[in-house]
Design a protein around this ligand. Structure first.
Ligand code: ZN
Length: 506
């Protein structure tokens, strides 16, 4: 098995290394639990650089992370400094000015009105500042096109060349996957048609079928993103997660921290989705599916490479962290070839097998992209994040927000009504209460609903939906420890428009 393969490789160089990469695929394919093999291997802490890890993207993401962290970290000191002054004459004006200058949040003076017998509700103010900061960062419009070019070719052109035209990504709602697209997978938004999160990644199969239909209609009617007669496929990616540091406690809450259950449940949904599209639209309406696991302690990924028939298995996956180590020190082309070898071996096909070529390329693409994140976590956190658990700042309910991404930023649960997403919301409230309640802080909740300005009545309908969600959440959690704001947003997700706040108090 692997330890023996590693020993052989150390002994005899390149030839054995190739054998080892092939075995990475074969042995893990036979192992019941590939993740266990990964867990057993110690995290390598290095300041080294892998030639396939994109340093420029990592540096930009690092600057962004620091800006996001600093924005939220500034809130408590400002409120602490203001709190003792609240009964002084002219306090509301002073407070509004300081919040504007130091937190860059515009809040009315009335928000800071305090009397000796009705002091400021600092817990609510804190939550209001958290939601305000999150909205400000959305409007900040970070450049999400960092990973747009790969070897000088655009992501759109690349994925199409390898047989795909759109991606639909469903991660778990867990906040530790808040950076899954930009940071972990490093896939640019130009090729992501949908990203919706659910507790345990338990997506609704019918919804996903509608996503597929919507994209296919665009191809038939407007040749967007490409003409319908081009032989490309829609790809649905499911992302589950686990914790290598504390597998029994810090894995997916929705699956009782059981990694196999999380992966197995998601794999089943992916299979159901594929079967549903086939049943509804015929065998020619092929979709591709891919199961990916994220180790939330290292941000390494497990890619469950499909075999020659497109089948995936819970216990058969390639780990980016292991592959990174196996290929560290290689020249670029040699490392790429090594990834190709490992992916083909995992798929159980020849390296030049034409039927699996596109999917094997995509698996290599995300593995290589993730090298940058594996390296960044090693460089800045010693290989593992110091906090294995949750630290989300807020809960986002309604339509997805991808403009601002960072690990542990937001627990996102997509839903149209609370009845539809109550289980997801319960998990999120439980998670945030666990770390905010002991600090006496309210849970900031942002209801976010989109509308299409080209459709008459769309904005009004979104406003009704947002208010309905807002009041239903308030009714569901009568404890009074939630601060629930609602915002509407125009656009189809590609363009940012100003956010209209409906009301701020639950
Ligand atoms: Zn989860």
């Amino acid at each position: 098995m692997r330890p023996q393969a590693l020993y052989e490789a150390r002994r005899s160089g390149a030839a054995a290394r190739r054998l080892r990469l092939e075995r990475l695929g074969r042995d893990w394919g036979n192992a019941a639990a590939a993740p266990a093999a990964d867990r057993a291997s110690p995290v390598t802490v290095t300041g080294g650089h892998h030639l396939l890890a994109d340093n420029a993207v990592s540096a930009a993401l690092r600057r962004r992370a620091e800006e996001i962290d600093a924005a939220f970290a500034a809130i408590e000191p400002v409120l602490r400094a203001l709190a003792p002054l609240q009964f002084e004459p002219g306090f509301p004006e002073l407070a509004a000015r300081r919040v504007s200058s130091e937190l860059r949040l515009e809040m009315p003076e009335s928000a800071f009105a305090a009397r000796w017998n009705a002091p400021l509700d600092l817990s609510t103010l804190h939550a209001r500042c958290v939601v305000g900061t999150f909205c400000r960062l959305i409007e900040r419009a970070f450049d999400r096109g960092l990973a747009e070019l790969s070897e000088g070719e655009s992501a759109e052109a690349l994925i199409r060349r390898w047989g795909f035209h759109a991606l639909d990504i469903t991660p778990c709602a867990d906040g530790r996957l808040s950076g899954v697209i930009d940071n972990i997978l490093r896939i640019p938004p130009t090729v992501v048609a949908y990203r919706q999160s659910y507790a345990g990644a338990n997506f609704d199969v019918s919804d996903s079928v509608r996503h597929w239909e919507s994209v296919e209609l665009g191809r038939c009617r407007a040749a967007h993103p490409n003409p319908a007669d081009e032989p490309t496929r829609f790809m649905k990616i499911g992302v589950y997660h686990f914790s290598s540091a504390d597998p029994a406690h810090e894995g997916c809450a929705a699956h009782g921290s059981d990694e196999k259950r999380a992966a197995g449940s998601l794999l089943k949904r992916l299979e159901q989705f594929e079967a549903a599209v086939r049943k509804l639209h015929g065998a020619g309406a092929g979709v591709a599916t891919l199961l990916i696991g994220v180790d939330t302690d290292t941000d390494a990924i497990h890619v469950h490479v499909p075999d020659g028939a497109g089948r995936m298995e819970v216990g058969r996956a390639l780990c980016s962290r292991v592959l990174y180590d196996e290929t560290a020190g290689m020249a670029r082309e040699e490392a790429k070839e090594a990834i190709r070898t490992a992916v083909a071996a995992m798929a159980g096909v020849a390296a030049d097998d034409p039927t699996t070529e596109g999917m094997r390329w995509f698996c290599g693409y995300v593995l290589k992209n993730n090298f940058g994140q594996v390296e960044a976590v090693r460089r800045h956190h010693g290989g593992r994040y110091p906090e294995a658990g949750h630290g989300e700042k807020l809960i986002v309910v309604g339509d997805a927000v991808d403009d601002v991404q960072l690990r542990n930023l937001a627990y996102q649960a997509q839903m149209r009504t609370v009845e539809e997403g109550d289980a997801d919301l319960d998990v999120g409230v439980k998670v945030l209460r666990h770390h905010l309640a002991p600090r006496g802080l309210k849970l900031p909740v942002l209801v976010h609903c989109r509308y299409d300005e080209r459709v008459p009545g769309s904005a009004a309908a979104a406003a009704v939906q947002a208010r309905r969600l807002q009041s239903a959440i308030a009714r569901r959690y009568p404890e009074g420890d939630l601060y629930i704001a609602a915002v509407l947003r125009a656009g189809d997700g590609s363009a940012l428009t100003p956010i209209e706040t409906l009301e701020c108090d639950a």
